[in-house]
Design a protein around this ligand. Structure first.
Ligand code: NAI
Length: 676
């Protein structure tokens, strides 16, 4: 008998308990233990299956998915539970997910503690369930809700599950006592789910759900795979279930599932960089946010949402008033969208003040500066802050491009200084780059990570370079996109190719949306340090000189008809591009969508490798998480480094060599980084 599953007998009840911390995953020892437990039963009236710890079985053991499946297999275990002469009652609490729900579906009855949550999250890692989830669930709760759960990853509350007939009882007291009482008056055993038919559903259901999935899946295949598997539930279980199992095993080997699993594990990896492993985070309850513009207001909103007290500092009373309005507007927006309850609004506003007096920062544990991107202004801000705040109070800058070493130059106790680089809109975007300076104390970095967690962000450690990890990658991506324009492509074609790849937007649509000015200012700033011989395409500068700043000015890379946000191709821009090629003696050539996507991905992976090799990012997972959570890179592709891993580093380098040969002197080809 395996140690993780125990069986104890009490009168005519067998208590079968799984104890496999932290989440009672269905690893091989659990599967074997359950099979052994079923064999141990000998005429008891009822077997009660429950779990030790905080949760029922909350899923499979994903670390097993890269290896050949090991016996006993979960479908056989669930079948053994369903076939057991002694009927099973699942006694659930916490999360009942994936293999956990499949196990519960093999039981004759299901009881759940209040607050229990149910789901089939396999779709989120590119899979379908493999132990009858898509076959038994629709037979229990009906096809429509089974589709929402399996294809959309919808998590159901105990109340919702009860309403669907998915559980028999919600328990509010002593669960074991409830099971004993149930055993005393045991009802007739219901027909096993595998022997039931799926309740009737509308003839157009699959079509409607497929259309809905098409709108939200953005190229990800697993929602459709789940839909296909659910259709098999209309066949006899004996034919549907083996199909589900076979497809589940095939999908474990799919690039999409590998990428989604990579994302899952990478998120956990980047949360604990080596430098903070032995460090203790400090308590943060009161934050000063300096600058209440676009970023400052968003950062203030995020911190209020995280339960902190926020003092926002602006330069004068007019700016204070504007910032107050901005933050109030963000809170109202959150109420409107149902993100926060109306009652919470007043409580949030109580934790928020805005002022033009730096003395009000005195009691704060941390200050986050988000004033103009101007070194002198930022230096002055930290001088004022350090004169008012405690000698240990943490000082952070949200700068995008300025070297934080310059910003904090001369500030006493430099161990408390770091970069906290948020992404716009700061209360929405998940990414937080935590920028380490040579002197930053590990406990200060750990505090940054703890703050990120509290704000529900994905925090990634970054060293210092121009643009840190994310904007440096973006600069390389845009540079190659511009080379493609000069050599033969047009913006609409590059955008379409990248959307086809899975990006929510192409590079030019995105520039039009966010505005072309900041990048223009950056290019001017960088012109003195740009590597000699690097190809420079001035088309974006020409657009800015024509006051084509993007959507807000009605024209950018595209033309926007009044009040219309849809991009229209603009002959003026296309002519400008063609003229540039002509004047520079470039014979324009045709790039296919694949050519474009491959080149842009190679450039991203190459820049990511340079960033890792230079020690700016701790590992390739960090690069991928920056792209996923800050730049809308499709999760099902896993990130540019995972993409390179899929196509192979050699192939990636071949494409990069081609890219480099097309623009001599413009690219450094990276060595293969660790872990690729
Ligand atoms: P913004 O121009 O919208 O806001 C700057 C605010 O700082 C203004 O409200 C201004 O009144 C205030 N301010 C200026 N001097 C001040 C002083 N001495 N004391 C107090 N307040 C002062 O600029 P935005 O876009 O919010 O950017 C702020 C910082 O965040 C910049 O360093 C920028 O590079 C960085 N950042 C910007 C992102 C973006 O997408 N806009 C993304 C990530 C970082």
């Amino acid at each position: 008998m395996s140690g993780v599953v125990s069986v104890t007998f009490e009168d005519d009840i067998a208590w079968v308990r799984i104890d496999n911390p932290p989440v009672n995953a269905t690893s091989v020892s659990v599967r074997q233990g359950l099979l052994d437990a079923v064999e141990k039963l000998h005429g008891q009236k009822l077997a009660v299956l429950d779990c030790a710890g905080k949760t029922f079985v909350a899923g499979g053991d994903m670390s097993e998915f890269d290896h050949a499946p090991a016996e006993p297999h979960l479908p056989d275990v669930v079948q053994a539970i369903e076939n057991s002469e002694t009927p099973f009652l699942a006694l659930m609490h916490g999360n009942v997910l994936g293999g956990g729900l499949e196990m519960a579906l093999g039981c004759a009855w299901r009881f759940a503690a209040k607050g229990t949550r149910f789901g089939l999250p396999e779709v989120n890692v590119g899979l379908i369930p493999g132990a009858g989830g898509t076959q038994r669930l629709p037979r229990l709760v009906g096809m429509s809700d089974a589709i929402d759960i399996a294809c959309m990853g919808k998590v159901m509350s105990a109340d919702e599950m009860r309403a669907l007939g998915g559980i028999d009882e919600i328990l509010d007291g002593d669960a074991k006592e409830a099971a004993r009482a149930f055993a005393r008056n045991l009802p007739k055993r219901p027909v096993a789910l595998s022997l039931r038919d799926v309740p009737a559903f509308s003839a157009t259901l699959f079509e409607e759900k497929e259309a809905a999935l098409g709108k939200r899946s953005k190229g990800q295949q697993s929602p459709f795979e789940n839909l296909r598997a659910l259709k098999w539930a209309t066949e006899p279980f004996a034919t549907g279930q083996p199909k589900e199992r076979k497809r589940h095993l095939e999908l474990r080997q799919s690039p999409e599932s590998r990428a989604l699993r990579h994302a899952f594990f990478s998120e956990r990896l980047v949360a604990r960089p080596a430098v903070i492993r032995n460090a203790t985070a400090r308590d943060i309850s009161h934050i000063a946010v300096v600058g209440g513009g676009l970023m400052g207001a968003g950062i203030a909103m995020a911190c209020l949402g995280g339960g902190m007290t926020v003092t926002l500092i602006e330069r004068d009373q007019d700016a204070v008033n504007t910032a107050l309005e901005r933050v109030a507007g963000l809170i109202d927006g959150a109420v409107k969208r149902g993100k926060i309850a109306k009652a919470e609004k007043a409580e949030m506003l109580e934790r928020f003040t805005a002022t033009s007096d730096y003395a009000d920062s005195a009691g704060c544990d941390l200050a986050i500066e988000a004033v103009f991107e101007d070194l002198a202004v930022k230096q002055a801000v930290f001088k004022s802050l350090s004169a008012q705040m405690g000698a240990d109070a943490i000082l952070a800058t949200n700068t995008s491009y300025i070297d934080p070493r310059q910003i904090f130059d001369g500030i006493p106790n430099p161990g408390r200084c770091l970069g906290l680089h948020f992404f716009s809109p700061a209360h929405v975007m998940k990414l937080l780059e935590i920028v380490k300076m040579p002197d930053t104390d590990p406990s200060v970095l750990a505090t940054g990570f703890a703050l990120g967690k509290r704000l529900r962000k994905v925090s990634v450690l970054s060293g210092i370079c121009d643009g840190f990890i994310g904007n440096r990658m973006l600069a390389a991506y845009r540079r190659e996109a511009d080379y493609l324009l000069a050599d033969g492509a047009q913006p609409h074609q590059v955008d379409a190719a990248m959307r086809e790849f899975g990006m929510p937007m192409g590079p030019y649509e995105l520039q039009d949306l966010t505005g072309l000015q900041i990048a223009w200012a950056n290019r001017k700033r960088q012109s003195a340090t740009r590597p000699v011989g690097q190809r420079y395409i001035p088309i974006a500068d020409q657009l800015c000189e024509l006051e084509r700043f993007g959507q807000r000015s009605g024209r950018g890379w595209y033309e926007y008809t009044q009040g219309n946000r849809t991009a229209g191709r603009d002959p003026e821009v296309e002519a400008l591009i063609e003229t540039y090629s002509q004047e520079n003696g470039i014979v324009r050539r045709r790039f296919t969508d694949t050519d474009i996507a491959e080149r842009l991905m190679a450039v991203l992976a190459n820049e990511g490798a340079l960033i890792v090799n230079e020690g700016i990012a701790e590992n390739t997972a960090s690069v991928d998480m920056v792209k996923l959570h800050g730049y809308g890179f499709p999760r099902w592709r896993g990130g540019p480094m995972q993409y390179a891993r899929e196509i192979g580093w050699t192939r990636m380098t071949d494409i990069m060599a081609q890219v480099a040969s097309e623009s001599p002197g413009s690219w450094i080809i990276a060595d293969r980084p660790d872990g690729m």
